[in-house]
Design a protein around this ligand. Structure first.
Ligand code: IPM
Ligand code: MG
Length: 341
């Protein structure tokens, strides 16, 4: 059976890490890739980061594989100008992808690549379950005279469905992260999570942690976390922080799920305009995002595990791209993984 994948290379290093990922996937199954302009590339061609045609094509696909968007060329503070990120936010919303899964599992081979001590990161295996279609990212915003505002809004239903996803993914514990000592939306968050826990998930341990404290514990005691459930903006910040436990944000994949249609799979890292076009970007987060696509969108667990194992082995054998302190190019990194597949 042919699986249709909507491919969105986007900007910066996006196209460079997409090409080897297509090669990797073609070794594992029968895929029809439909490539589209997205983000800054779409702004240049169509004046908008996400066209209706691309949204429709994504909706019709079996899964969406996205690399990265953005770059200095499209940076602006003018609210009237299009921004590449609007494509990403618009697509997440259009596909109803409220649950963003960001697994963080430092590999033993890379313990010494992390800025943290080996004793601190050893045994870390956590999942950031980030709410993706609400909160500050989608609340009312605007300018009013010489001030500007953004609003953080959450409904009971929005909180409950992401909390449920968190409890279902938990093996031992859910850490719900909020700022309930200050924010009203966080107080509702805490109430709803507590309530759902009592009703349906009393067998899972639940802990409430304030976001500032969670940021500290992620560095001081990362192995203590299992699933972190949190709202959109806190999840954005904490997942970049958690990425450094693995040594590089160049290793972290993500899956965005929850809608009726296809899921969206993308690395956590950005478009890295500073190294774009040089052939030195680390393709591993994109490979691992493809593994999540195989697992969550297509039920191809064996193939997903094979990609993850090949990445582990390549790293164990010494593969190091520049972000990991080595000199491997994108091609060399891709080849090292393909050799182990
Ligand atoms: C991410 C990114 C995006 C976000 C940006 C590019 C809009 O940082 O996926 O984490 O903030 O969600
Ligand atoms: Mg981010």
């Amino acid at each position: 059976m042919t699986h249709t994948i909507a491919l969105l290379p986007g900007d910066g290093i996006g196209p460079e890490i997409t090409a080897p990922t297509v090669e990797l996937l073609n070794k594992l199954g029968d895929f029809a890739f439909e490539q589209h302009l997205f983000g800054g590339a779409s702004i240049d061609a169509h004046g908008t980061a996400l066209t209706g045609e691309v949204t429709d094509a994504c909706k019709r696909s079996d899964a969406v594989l996205l690399a990265a968007v953005g770059g200095p060329k499209w940076d602006t503070t003018d609210p009237a100008k299009p921004r590449p990120e609007q494509g990403l936010l618009g697509l997440r919303k259009a596909l109803g992808l409220y649950a963003n899964l960001r697994p963080v599992r430092p590999l033993p081979a890379l313990y010494d690549a992390s800025p943290l001590k080996r004793e601190v990161i050893e045994g870390t295996d956590l999942l950031v379950m980030r709410e993706l279609t609400g909160g500050l990212y989608f609340g009312r915003r605007g300018r009013d005279g010489d001030s500007a505002y953004d609003t953080c809004v959450y409904s009971v239903a929005e909180i409950e469905r992401i909390a449920r996803a968190g409890f279902e993914a938990a093996r031992r514990k859910v850490t719900s992260v909020d700022k309930a000592n200050v924010l009203e939306s966080s107080r509702l968050w805490r109430e709803v999570v507590t309530d759902l826990h009592a009703r349906e998930f009393a067998h899972v341990e639940l802990q409430h942690v304030l976001v500032d404290n969670a940021a500290m514990q992620l560095i001081s005691n990362p192995a203590d976390f299992d699933v972190i459930v949190t709202e959109n903006m806190f999840g954005d910040i904490l997942s970049d922080e958690a990425a450094m436990l693995t040594g590089s944000i160049g290793l972290l994949p993500s899956a965005s799920l929850g809608g009726d249609g296809p899921g969206l799979f993308e690395p956590v890292h950005g478009s890295a305009p500073d190294i774009a076009g040089q052939g030195i970007a680390n393709p591993l987060a994109m490979f691992l995002s493809a593994a999540l696509l195989l697992r969550h969108a297509l039920g191809m667990e064996n193939e997903a595990a094979a990609v993850e194992l090949a990445v582990d082995r390549a790293l164990a054998e010494g593969l190091r791209t520049r972000d990991l302190g080595g000199g491997a190019t994108t091609d060399e990194a891709a080849q090292a993984v393909l050799n182990h597949l």
